[in-house]
Design a protein around this ligand. Structure first.
Ligand code: 0A1
Ligand code: ZN
Length: 878
């Protein structure tokens, strides 16, 4: 907690570590109240660093020092200095052994960083800087050490004791205790350290690698969750095979362990050989988990597994390079999901996520480059920019090179940097070397914040059969970066003729004939003119196919253009984007003027999509899903919260009325014959069915209402149950109360389902939601100490319910700041993340602006704020 203003850390100040730690031998005497940690560390001077003043400074926070020995000699207080966050030893030789013993208190650790208690378990979370809460250390990712871990604990309470690497021995000790030793042969930074103690059950399986080695796979959970691990295990095996085939990456240890815990700040953590997971991303059965949950599990399991190469074998030099591992790993998990599911649907999900979460970040007060150049609290930089925009940068480079060259570049990267801590620049250099390309301009993407705009104009010369596109790129200023440079980006272009057929994109100077279809052009200049030859009639441009660059494209499409693209484009992203643009246009007009007429040809286009037997139902569902209210808000100079919500309902009800028969048919047709199957096909059909139901429910009518109620009562999978419950609750009043009560009674013993129960209520658009959320905070099942619970109640209201959160009386803002102030002393990471929705207060009307600012100021005035919340709130008010 800070009384003074915390100082930023800057990339420009990076220096290699003066000392390295070759070996780490840790012994834990585990106990919830008091754990003792004994550390034996082998230090040596780093030949690559400049010599300092002969002292050594170790990171350490909230540690009670019991013993400190250098080369076997206890140090006297005159020989060291203990500060709140560091231990300084005044004189050290070039090589030495340091021995420390400290006491820590896992049950008091509500921040969930370091060693903490989660229910009956003890577990660790060390990324980014949690290891310093376990023992004194050089807590930075460029210090790689070999770890040996001895765990001693009561045999009954902690029969399972796990750490990274291979099991060395298990020994019974007197007084009902036991000792387990683990050894990790791979040098690693301390942020990848993990241990677990608990009474856990295990699901075991095996995987034979491409070179014929058998790997033991183990998923550890609390005993009552044992029957919900099957999907996670299947996902793990799929991911292991896929990484061998697609990236040539084989697993290295003989054992791969996953542990599910119920208290976790993020999704999961890639600790070497011992991943710790938020149980939300492990546990699933069709009756308790939605399709989205199943997909989330598959992708997070894959993400953590892929980190073994992109993150663990090759790690980051410093935290400014976080996207080196996160951007690349997200790219890899997106590709995995595309290949095991549908590429189009995956790409649409990627684009939607970027537009809903990363673009606003890039346009707000916390905007930062993919490789930030300063931070106050690194935990605030686990962001959509570092993760998802970072993945887009990798994707653009893959697109510029093509699949074969890109694979050669990643092979080179893995080979050259294995065992090292490197930078995003090292990654780009491998791509440059293998391809022979100069990516100097491309590198700006890593350093420059903000979302670029592409402003496009087109004209057609019917006499010369020329089609010209003029593209101007520009990026608005972001905090600290007033001037932006032009970027190098792939622009995937297709052209459709009036029959919807692909035209060849033939350019002046082409030596070869162009086949009809997509052509990837490269933009580098502020203005580019593309002149396509041989087009008798004016084509409809299909631009940025596959979302080839993370930009905002502006072009004066006519409704007819968009309908044409929606109907004929082969590119799933562009079809969806056309539907989004049509809906956005209509929704923004309806926001301004509710009497706006909804054109029949637009309605007909959606009808055609619904009737199209050749289109994947999942894609049809995407075409019928409107841009979110928060995305629409981002398109307005002054956000009209209520107008947007009203427009959403109006368009839904218009489509519900005019497409009634087709929606009913889609509903009936996609009543899944195998409701508990979670194949991409079955998931897609359920999505379409439930989207149809939502549009139908936007029109009042007993028939549909009964349908929805029947679905709620009879569904045997959580996707259908929850979809119906949401609609019944949104419908208002008693119609939702009884189902909510029934749902609670049925699932009161399953915390991940109770999270859903909280979140359905908090994300409902019915009046009085803020008050209801306040009431629910007093519910016996609510706790500020469980991040999943906080996200499901407070997060759902503030992040997923624009219309109620932004209630004109300011009650939503007040609730948020109350929670942030109460949560900050317990869990600063979660507190800081909750603040996100009020950071862009400048975009609202004067009344709401004043209320949001007041709450931010109230937070900031609080004496002892964490660095996490301080950074976010102060940057928002800057
Ligand atoms: N590296 C993990 C994410 C993660 C980051 C920080 C955490 O605690 C502060 C926990 C997990 C990933 O990308 O999966
Ligand atoms: Zn990650």
């Amino acid at each position: 907690m800070y009384r003074d203003r915390p100082h930023p850390v800057r990339l420009a100040d990076y220096r290699p570590p003066e000392f390295l730690i070759e070996r780490v031998d840790l012994t834990f005497e585990l106990d919830e109240q008091v754990t003792t940690v004994h550390a034996l560390l082998e230090f040596s001077r780093n030949p690559a660093a400049t010599r300092g003043d002969g002292s050594l400074t170790l990171d350490g926070e909230q540690l009670e020092l019991i013993e400190l020995k250098l080369a076997g000699q206890t140090l006297t207080p005159a020989e060291y200095q203990l500060e709140a966050e560091a231990l300084r030893i005044h004189r050290v030789p070039d090589r030495f052994q340091l021995e420390t013993q400290v006491r820590i208190h896992p049950n008091r650790n509500t921040a969930l960083e370091g060693l903490y208690q989660s229910g009956p378990m003890l577990c660790t979370q060390c990324e980014a800087e949690g290891f310093r809460k376990i023992t004194f250390f050089l807590d930075r990712p460029d210090v790689l050490s070999r770890f040996r871990t001895t765990l001693i604990a009561d045999q009954d309470r902690f029969p399972v004791l796990l750490a990274n690497g291979n099991l060395v021995s298990e020994t019974r000790l007197p007084a009902g205790r036991h000792q387990v030793i683990w050894d990790d042969p791979f040098p690693k930074p301390c942020y990848l350290f993990a241990l677990i103690g608990g009474d856990l059950s295990v699901v075991e399986d095996q995987f034979r690698t491409c070179s014929g080695r058998d790997i033991g796979l183990r998923i550890f959970v609390e005993p009552h969750n044992l029957d919900r691990c099957g999907h996670a295990m299947q996902a793990l095996k799929k991911a292991m095979r896929w990484d061998e085939e697609r990236f040539g990456r084989e697993y290295d240890l003989d054992l791969y362990m996953i542990v599910a815990v119920s208290h976790f700040n993020m999704g999961a953590m890639e600790n070497k050989g011992l991943n710790v997971f938020n149980d939300k991303f492990v546990l699933a059965s069709p009756d308790t988990a939605t399709d989205e949950d199943f997909q989330g599990i598959e992708s997070v399991i894959a993400h953590e597994y892929f980190h073994n190469w992109t993150g663990n074998r090759i790690t980051c030099r410093d935290w400014f390079q976080l996207s080196l591992k996160e951007g690349f790993t997200v790219y890899r998990d997106q590709e995995f999901s595309a290949e095991v599911g549908s590429r189009d649907v995956q790409r649409i999900a990627d684009a939607r996520f970027l537009r809903n979460h990363q673009f606003p970040e890039d346009a707000g007060p916390m905007a930062h480059p993919v490789r930030p150049d300063s931070y106050i609290e690194i935990n605030n930089f686990y962001t959509p920019t570092v993760y998802n925009k970072g993945a887009e940068l990798v994707r653009m480079q893959a697109c510029l090179l093509g699949p074969e060259l890109f694979r050669r570049a990643t092979d080179r990267y893995f080979e050259r940097h294995d065992g090292q801590a490197v930078t995003t620049d090292d990654f780009v250099r491998c791509i440059e070397e293998v391809s022979g390309r100069d990516l100097a301009q491309f590198r700006r993407w890593y350093a420059q914040a903000g979302t670029p705009y592409l402003d496009i104009e087109a004209d057609h010369d019917a006499t010369r059969h020329l089609y010209r596109l003029r593209i101007r790129q520009w990026t608005p200023p972001t905090p600290g970066q007033p001037v932006k440079e032009p970027l190098h980006l792939p622009f995937a272009l297709g052209l459709l003729d009036d029959q919807g057929r692909e035209c060849p994109v033939r350019l002046e100077g082409d030596v070869q004939d162009q086949p009809a279809g997509t052509r990837v052009l490269e933009l580098r200049e502020l203005e580019t003119e593309i002149c396509v030859l041989g087009l008798r009639t004016r084509p409809v441009p299909s631009m940025l196919r596959g979302f080839s660059a993370p930009v905002k494209l502006r072009y004066a499409f006519t409704n007819a253009d968009l309908i044409h693209l929606m109907r004929y484009d082969r590119d799933g992203f562009c079809r969806w984007d056309a539907a989004q643009r049509l809906q956005e246009r209509l929704l923004l007009r309806l926001t301004q003027d509710p009497t706006t007429l909804i054109p029949d040809d637009v309605v007909a286009a959606f009808r055609d999509a619904l009737r199209d037997p050749a289109t994947d139902p999942a894609l049809i569902a995407e075409l019928l899903t409107f841009p979110s209210e928060s995305y629409l808000a981002d398109q307005l100079d002054v956000v009209d919260v209520d107008g947007i919500h009203r427009a959403h309902r109006q368009l839904a009800s218009h489509l519900g009325t005019h497409l009634n028969d087709d929606l009913m048919a889609a509903y009936a047709h996609n009543q899944d014959p195998a409701p508990t199957e979670v194949t991409p096909r079955a998931i897609g059909r359920r999505r379409l069915k439930n989207r149809a139901l939502a549009l139908l429910m936007a029109v009042d009518g007993a028939k549909v209402f009964n349908l929805c109620q029947t679905q709620f009562e009879t569904a045997d999978n959580m996707t259908d149950t929850l979809a119906a419950l949401r609609l019944l609750v949104d419908h208002g009043g008693a119609a939702g109360d009884a189902p909510l009560q029934r749902f609670y009674e049925r699932w009161s013993q399953v915390p991940l389902v109770i999270d859903k129960w909280f979140s359905v209520q908090a994300s409902s658009c019915r009046e009085g939601t803020v008050e209801r959320v306040r009431g629910l905070m007093a519910h016996p099942d609510f706790s500020l100490r469980n991040p999943n619970r906080v996200r499901s109640l407070i997060g759902a209201l503030c992040h997923a319910n624009s219309v109620q959160f932004h209630a004109a009386d300011g009650s939503g803002y007040r609730l948020l700041s109350d929670v942030v102030l109460e949560l900050d002393p317990l869990n600063p990471q979660i507190a800081a993340r909750l603040l996100k929705p009020i950071l862009s207060w400048r975009r609202y009307d004067a009344g709401r602006q004043a209320q949001m600012r007041r709450e931010l100021a109230r937070v900031l005035e609080t004496g002892e704020l964490s660095a996490d919340v301080y950074e976010v709130a102060s940057k928002a008010l800057d």
